[in-house]
Structure formats: C-alpha cells, structure tokens
Design a protein around this ligand. Structure first.
Ligand SMILES: Cc1cc2nc3c(=O)[nH]c(=O)nc-3n(C[C@H](O)[C@H](O)[C@H](O)COP(=O)(O)OP(=O)(O)OC[C@H]3O[C@@H](n4cnc5c(N)ncnc54)[C@H](O)[C@@H]3O)c2cc1C
Length: 428
C-alpha cells in the first residue's frame, strides 16, 4: 500500500496491521463500519462530504441533528453488534425498549401481536432518535485512535490497480486530495458517487410515497409497545421513545413520547409537515385510541421513498455498502439493521484476513462476502415489498386474505417465533 498524501491514519501504532481501509461517506453506516474495523485492529479513513463539529464527551448532554431528524428501530441483532464493540453502554440511556409489537389495519378485523414473554426475549429491539445515535457514533469515531475522519470532503474520483485503490476528494480549501489504501468501502448513500463513478447500475422503484417522520406526545403511556397500522393512505408506525435528553429526569415525557413514521402519497406531504392539527387529526383517524389521544406534534421531516438496489456490490477492491447498496422502504424498520449485518460480516472477514496475514482487499474474498450476504438481503427486500404492496392493495379479496393472514399469524404457534426472529435480525 502506498500513501499519496500527508493526511492519513495508516501508519497508526494501535493498528494490528499496516493494511487499511478508506470509507467514503460517514453517515450511520460509514461511522459504524469504521468502529467495527477499529474493534478488529484495522485503521480506516472516513471521507465525508458534510462538515461535522468536534465533539467533547464533557458536553455530552445535548442531542443535535448532525445527521438527520429521524428515529431508528434497532433490531436485537444490531444491539448485539454494538454490545460486541462496547458501544451499547453509551447508546443505551437514549434507547427505548420494544416489549411488544401490534399489527392491524384500519377498518378491518385482522390483528396480530408479538409479546416478548411469549417469544422469550429480553426485547424485540430498541428505538433511538438519530440525533442521539449520530452524536454517539460521531463521538466514538472522533475518540478512536484508529479512525481518521476527513469531513467537509467531497469524493470526486476513484481509481484502482491490482494492489491498491485511490480515492480523490475536494475540500473547500484544497482540491484533488487523494488517499490510497488496500480497500475502499462506499457508504455514501442512495445516490452514491462511488457507485456512479464505477458505472454500477441500479434497479430503482419509486413507491410514489413520502414518509413523514417526527416525534409526538400522547396522553396514554406507550408501555413499550410498537404499533404498526395500515391505512388506505399508507402504512404508519408509532414507536416508543425515551425522554428527550435520555437522562431519565423527565418521567412524564419518558413514558409518553413516541416516534411516528407516517407514509402518504407523494405530493401530499406539505400539509402534514406544516399543519400540526391536521397531522394529529390524521393520525388519530388512522389509529383510533390505540395510542391514546395525540396531544402534541414536534418537528417533522419528509423522505420520498424509492427502492434502489445496486446491480453489484463488489468491484475489484471496492465494496458498496449501506444505502449505496440497498435503499429500502422504511415500513418494517429493516434498512439500517440490514446494513449493520452486512458491515459486521465484512469487518469479521477482514479481521480474519489480517490474522492469516492475507490481503484485506483481495477481490476473491470480497466476492465471497457479496455471495454470503445475498440470502439475508434478498429475504429482507422481499419482506419489505410484500408488506408495502400486500397492505396497500385496494382489492377487497386481497384485503380479506391479508386479514385472515394476520389472524392466522396471531394464532399459529410456529409462525410467530419464526417471524419474530426475522424481525429481530436474529435469523438470516
Ligand atoms: C423515514 C425513514 C425511516 C427509517 N427508519 C428505519 C428504522 O427504523 N430502522 C432501520 O433499520 N432503518 C430505517 N431506515 C433506513 C435507514 O435510515 C438507512 O438504512 C440508513 O440511514 C442508511 O445509512 P447510510 O449511512 O448508508 O446512508 P446515508 O445516511 O445516506 O449516509 C451517506 C453519507 O455519505 C455522505 N456522502 C454522500 N456523497 C458523498 C460524497 N460524494 N463524498 C463524501 N461523502 C458523501 C453523505 O453526506 C452522508 O453522510 C429509515 C429510512 C427512512 C427514509
């Protein structure tokens, strides 16, 4: 490996190998992947377009929307992965357990419920505001001696040879900077620059829907229940949240704050973003009193929904990961969790290469990674699409069939644990 610029973390004495990785994109997946690599003793440089603030652990009481205003349901498997790298202790106070999941459809009789006691699990997962998740990941990255975060840097070119890969980027003050490493992992999101530079095509599908996400307060405590409700306008998820500061000092807020993902037809989102009363009345109509009365709605963001699947996830010494590899509909809260399982498997494979003294950018090994992840990825993609299409189909026969399916799901003893394991990311 050759080093073409001064700005590098490659010769770090804490690393167990001189081999290193460049990560393009420092969103939740890029930051998490760098931390997973650091846990394997592998140094990395993250090249991120946005400018991040320098965080201090002493001023850690304030959440900030460095990354975005959404909330993420972390599956059991994702929690286990963060536990493995000793990060969960720092995330936990801002995360809210899901003890049961209720699924139903507006105007129909079908209903299903999963309970942690029945499935014999500690919880089905945890919900965390991205404002906190992003902050904690960024802080951990900035504190790691094995990670060099180059922010305010826009990727412009990629080149690879038989032995290395070089990434070029521009900052406000310096153009055409470059880094060379053994492996490049592109975590640069749905419109991935690296994927486009490599001419890797995508299979795209526009759902014609926009997700509106935000935080609401209800007059009934959430009791750690996640509610998934399907309405003619689109699917809706209401998830339990901790109090805003995650310090437990506001017991009222802690039990009554909920995360909402409300999906409407694209073009209709403006009114729901701007009008609190209309937004809450719409939620109330779709929900009835399942969550109690919606009494306050906070800041909301809108996300147009498309499925984007990269035609290949490996090109020589380059891996496409995260939303750059597969952007999914958020209905089942699976997108980030799937990315974390990809990241975990690749980090483990790279760690094993290092232990064997082998090349971490070996294209054959990277192809093996791509093959190893196919089954889980295909299953999750199919599952998300089945939920979206199955529950929005207006045909009365289809509607009847899905209600019968929900009831059957609720009653059949062998089906529930299987689906619960899939949803928790414990089975692939
Ligand atoms: C409404 C909604 C709700 C969701 N809820 C859940 C949930 O509950 N559970 C779940 O598992 N998943 C959920 N998801 C999915 C989850 O948000 C994504 O899977 C996850 O954010 C993907 O992260 P990422 O880091 O791959 O991409 P991104 O977050 O898009 O990050 C990409 C990064 O790359 C940087 N970048 C881009 N181009 C360049 C460039 N040229 N140079 C340098 N840097 C660049 C960007 O600045 C950005 O920081 C949800 C998605 C939506 C839309």
């Amino acid at each position: 490996m050759t080093n073409q610029t001064e700005k590098t973390a490659f010769n770090n004495s804490d690393a167990i190998t001189e081999q290193s990785v460049i990560i393009a994109g420092g969103g939740h997946v890029g930051l998490s992947f760098a931390l997973l690599l650091a846990a394997q003793g592998i140094a990395s440089s993250i090249v991120e377009r946005k400018k991040y603030p320098k965080l201090s652990p002493k001023e850690d009481a304030k959440r900030t929307h460095y990354l975005d205003s959404r909330n993420t349901a972390l599956s059991r498997r994702t929690v286990q992965i963060y536990q493995e790298i000793d990060l969960w202790d720092q995330l936990q106070s801002h995360a809210c357990r899901i003890d049961s999941v209720q699924v139903s459809e507006q105007g129909s009789f079908g209903y299903a419920q999963l309970n942690k006691e029945e499935e014999n699990v500690e919880s089905f997962g945890q919900v965390m505001e991205n404002a906190w998740l992003g902050r904690k990941l960024l802080l951990a990255v900035q504190q790691s001696p094995l990670i060099d975060l180059i922010d305010g840097a826009n990727v412009t070119a990629v080149e690879q040879s038989a032995t290395s890969v070089t990434l070029t980027y521009d900052t406000d003050t310096e153009k055409q900077q470059s880094l060379t490493a053994d492996l490049l992992v592109a975590c640069d999101g749905r419109d991935s620059t690296v994927r486009n530079l490599l001419d890797i095509g995508t299979k795209d599908y526009d759902y014609g829907q926009t997700a509106i996400v935000g935080v609401v307060q209800t007059d009934k405590p959430h009791e750690h229940v996640a509610i998934e409700r399907f309405s003619p306008a689109g699917p809706l998820a209401v998830l339990p949240l901790t109090d805003a500061d995650g310090d437990g000092n506001d017991p009222v807020q802690a039990g009554y704050r909920r995360s909402v993902v409300w999906v409407c037809k694209s073009g209709e989102e403006k009114q729901y973003l701007e009008d609190d009363a209309l937004f809450m009345a719409t939620l109330q109509k779709a929900f009835g009193q399942r969550a109690g009365t919606f009494i306050e709605a906070g800041r909301r963001g809108a996300y147009p929904l498309t499925r984007v699947l990269a035609e290949r996830q490996v090109d020589g010494r380059i891996v496409i990961m995260g939303n750059a590899a597969h952007t999914l509909h958020p209905v089942a809260g699976q997108g980030f969790n799937l990315c974390m399982r990809d990241a975990h498997v690749l980090a483990k494979m790279l760690g094993n290469q290092v232990l064997r003294g082998e090349d971490i950018g070996d294209p054959q090994m990277l192809k093996a990674y791509e093959r190893a992840r196919q089954k889980d990825q295909k299953r999750v993609i199919r599952f998300c699409d089945a939920v979206v299409h199955g529950f929005t189909h207006p045909n009365p026969a289809v509607k009847l069939a899905r209600n019968v399916a929900l009831i059957a799901f609720d009653k059949l003893p062998n089906v529930k644990p299987l689906v619960a394991n899939y949803a928790m990311g414990l089975k692939s």
